[in-house]
Design a protein around this ligand. Sequence first.
Ligand code: UDP
Length: 316
Amino acid sequence: MPKKVAVVTGGAGFVGSYLCDKLIKKDFKVICLDNIITGKKENIGHLLNNKDFTFIKHNVSKYINIPGRVDYVLHFASPASPIDYLKLPIQTLKVGSLGTHNALGLAKKKNAVFLLASTSEVYGDPLVHPQPEEYWGNVNPVGLRGCYDESKRFAEAITMAYHRIHNIDTKIVRIFNVYGPRMRINDGRVIPNFIYQALNNKPITIYGKGKQSRSFCYIADMIEGIYRLMLSSTNNPVNLGNSNEFTILELAKILLRITGSKSRIKFTDLPQDDPKQRRPDITRAKKLLKWQPKIELEEGLFLTIEWFKDRLALFC
Ligand code: UDP
């Protein structure tokens, strides 16, 4: 039987590149599209000589032309770190809107299954805790995070419209704070920032008082959940994340302890619209996908720290 073909947009990014790995392992042919504005060729370097893997440098906000059969379109292209999308608000809005439209158009033309990488940011600064998929969110459309939050909300809406009008088999994953090796040390997110600071004995920059909470999911758990969702029959959004919640101050203390760092903690201003709390309700994923995370925070942090240690020389 010929191998199934999956197109992964944003396939050179942090999550996208692990998804490419998983699909290759599961015997798919993978076509990876990325314009490398926040992704890195290095993330897919080990795949470039694989005959089942093709990399095409392309901005998916422009028309996507893929010859031949395609069975799955997995749309992971987008800046995803607050620092990145604050620098690239227009590209972020375009890839969430035009890019999603193009990726859906490809899925329609090829009669492929479509999966959208959405985000816990669709819930904004949530007034319901933990967040179930039925919650509609609390988003400031004109705030600094609006470019990302609204582009993903639009992406979800157009995905459902293609499902309802064109009968495309679509899936939506809402990803909650995923972390692990291959994150850019300078991408601005809290775990790479704190690891870099702790390993270099630089001040740990806590925004606000550190009372805001997040729930961190290790990349291997996330990829397993995404793969199960892709093969599932559900068309409704599914939250994927770890339901163990930590304040940012707690995270800083854990990292200081496990790295043995001498860094001090430095409190700075809280960015605009920074969500005060975030924890996924994963009842739906447990029921539909028989999935739940297995890797505890300290174990995942340890694996991530080891990976960063090997690369830190480049940044010091
Ligand atoms: N944060 C922090 N110090 C940093 C980076 C982030 O205190 O150096 C906080 C940030 O304000 C937020 C949380 O950590 O409350 C998670 O931030 P991140 O950028 O990782 O992702 P978010 O969940 O906000 O999209």
